[in-house]
Design a protein around this ligand. Structure first.
Ligand code: NAD
Length: 244
């Protein structure tokens, strides 16, 4: 008979107690309990109606051709500056502080791990908090984007682009290398809140060669059969039960 979620939480607790090096790999599902919709759940952005599909609007070709429409979608749906960390972000920050967790690898752009206090966060898809002028390279914070209507422009007249990885763009090399190394050195890998369908990010979990892999996700994913423990539950609810 399949173990209950609380039995599985106990197993995860036991692994964490005995682990030297835990690494967390997360996606949009880590922030749904903070009120930010993911892409592929029932209320996810892919189920909502926009004039173009989200994967089109979040492509570099679309950004270059239709910056106004890009920013309308981005500001309404992606720029979650008021969102607050949930129990998952908070517990991961605590685990790092106590020396239990060496890194958070995230596909998210919302900055909630840092808001919760995590330091070693490798952002594979960039961050809404970093923006730059495409003409002169000047850096801007998120206020420059959130406080203006329309397409944000630099003092030099160039268009400002968020440092978030759009479809067709490469992933930041530094974050990728650090994430790969962290996962390779981990003895426990916790994968959570990700459909593991966005590549190349999802490929990173293949670097894991440690003892145990736990997967916490509401929907089934391609990694289920490979994980040692699959908790079909909310990541915030699971991690809030972990004691460190
Ligand atoms: P996804 O939408 O493809 O998958 C999310 C997965 O999380 C789903 O399988 C869903 O069942 C699960 N899930 C949702 N809420 C959960 C919860 N509370 N607990 C456990 N599981 C939960 O997301 P993805 O795999 O991260 O890929 C989508 C891409 O879009 C990524 O690049 C991601 O960064 C980006 N994105 C980011 C944000 C953000 O920064 N918060 C929001 C939307 C999309």
């Amino acid at each position: 008979m399949e173990k209950s979620v609380s039995e599985k939480v106990k197993i995860l607790q036991d692994w964490i107690n005995n682990a030297k090096n835990v690494v967390f790999f997360g996606g949009a599902g880590v922030s749904t309990e903070s009120g930010i919709p993911d892409f592929r759940s029932e209320n996810g952005l892919y189920r909502q109606k926009f004039s173009y599909p989200p994967e089109v609007m979040l492509s570099r070709t679309f950004f270059d051709a239709h910056p106004k429409e890009f920013y309308e979608f981005y500001k309404e749906r992606m720029l979650a500056v008021d969102a607050m960390p949930n129990a998952a972000h908070e517990k991961l920050a605590q685990m790092e502080k106590k020396g239990k967790l060496s890194a958070v690898v995230t596909q998210n752009i919302d900055g909630l791990h840092q808001k919760a206090g995590s330091k070693a966060v490798y952002e594979l898809h960039g961050s809404i908090y970093r923006n730059f002028c495409m003409r002169c390279g000047k850096a801007y914070g998120v206020e420059k984007i959130s406080s203006q209507s329309g397409v944000p422009h630099c003092d030099c007249g160039g268009i400002i682009k968020p440092s978030v990885v759009l479809y067709e763009e490469p992933l930041p090399e530094d974050a990728w290398n650090k994430a790969a190394q962290a996962i390779e050195n981990a003895d426990i890998l916790i994968i959570a809140g990700t459909s593991l369908t966005v590549y190349p990010a999802a490929y990173l979990v293949q670097y894991f060669k440690g003892d145990f892999c736990a997967l916490i996700n509401l929907a089934e994913t391609s990694a289920d059969p490979k994980s040692d423990l699959f908790l079909r539950a909310k990541v915030g609810e699971v991690l809030s039960q972990i004691e460190v």
